[in-house]
Design a protein around this ligand. Structure first.
Ligand code: FVT
Ligand code: MG
Length: 331
């Protein structure tokens, strides 16, 4: 019971800044942010991504600088994505297994420069490595094969762990991959390498700019609806999360972010485990489009949307605005 007017006036507590600060229920800090970054070949290279204004691909040497910037800002973790050269993409995505691929070189370079002062989360899925842009291997009819793909994802995960990944983040949505990857990590002595499962990843229209960033948009001929989830479903998200937790996921992710906060809330309340969400490229682009159109205030939109993730129950948020938000939070 909140009481009755006029004895109870909820506006009393809102009347001054100090009182609002005192009653604030949710706090956002730089430690809540994970910064997704795109790697490209070369040296001294920054390649701006047209569909993600303000976001660039960085060559490994400059990626080390971004990592240092993040650590200085108090951002605890980076999420790395490679833009693999076209000639290194193949039907079977075998570049994912190359110990000297772009991802592994970036992992080693950041680790050499920064030690353990920042966490490194790596994406496990084949889309940045396949010539068809799907996250897995294709059967003859074009169906993405589950068990055959899981075998490759296990190899990809071990390859990343050997190069220094702290958190393996499978984003592919194959069934059974978390258990298979966990078993392999244990067998190879990577007992402290975490798994953050993209447990409830939806077949969303919000991923377009990301596909430009990793160079798979033009290659992808159909959609990903046979493995990513139907945006209509919520019970199914709980089953996905439960299975991944049973298989050994240390934390789970819901993706996209803002349109799926109801899923975050249900997952948090049901399982009481660390839940992360991905404010994806299309969400970032919408904020930037609003700013460019003069209809939105970037700083306010960034901080309000990120706070909403925390309020919904997230332990943290993957966001392309991470460095900007961290700077705002430092004042
Ligand atoms: N596996 C990572 C993604 O698919 C990111 C999607 C996005 O930012 O749109
Ligand atoms: Mg699953």
């Amino acid at each position: 019971m909140t009481g009755t007017f006029p004895h109870t006036r909820l506006r009393r507590a809102r009347a001054t800044a100090w009182s609002r600060a005192m009653h604030r229920e949710t706090i956002l800090t730089p430690a809540d942010l994970i910064w997704p970054l795109f790697i490209t070949e070369g040296e001294g290279i920054e390649e701006p991504i047209d569909s993600l204004p303000g976001v660039s691909r960085w060559s490994v040497d400059l990626m080390v600088e971004r990592a240092r910037e993040a650590a200085d800002l108090g951002i605890p973790c980076l999420a790395l994505f490679p833009n693999t050269e076209r000639e290194r993409r193949s039907d079977d995505g075998k570049e994912a297994l190359n110990p000297d691929n772009l991802m592994c070189r970036a992992l080693r370079a950041i680790r050499d420069a920064l030690g353990d002062s920042i966490g490194l989360l790596t994406d496990v899925a084949l889309d940045p490595y396949t010539s068809h842009g799907q996250d897995g291997l294709l059967g003859e009819d074009g169906y993405v094969l589950n068990d055959e793909t899981v075998e490759v994802l296990v190899g990809q995960s071990l390859n990343q762990a050997a190069a220094g990944a702290d958190i393996i983040a499978p984003s592919d949505m194959m069934d059974g991959r978390i258990g298979a990857i966990r078993d392999a990590l244990e067998d190879e002595g990577h007992t402290n390498v975490q798994i953050m499962s993209y447990a409830a990843k939806y077949a969303s229209a919000f991923y377009g700019p990301f596909r430009d960033a990793v160079g798979s948009r033009g290659l992808l001929k159909s959609d990903k609806k046979t493995y990513q989830m139907d945006p209509a479903n919520t019970e199914e998200a709980l089953r996905e999360v439960e299975m991944d937790l049973d298989e050994g996921a240390d934390s789970v992710m819901v993706k996209p972010g803002l349109p799926y906060l109801d899923i975050v809330r249900r997952v948090k309340e049901t399982f009481e485990v660390p839940v992360f969400a991905y404010q994806v490229s299309g969400e970032y682009a919408m904020i930037e489009a609003a700013v460019a159109a003069g209809t939105g205030d970037r700083d306010a939109l960034v901080l309000e949307t990120l706070l909403a993730f925390k309020r919904a129950g997230c332990s943290g948020v993957l966001t392309y605005h991470a460095a900007h938000a961290a700077r705002l939070l430092h004042g």
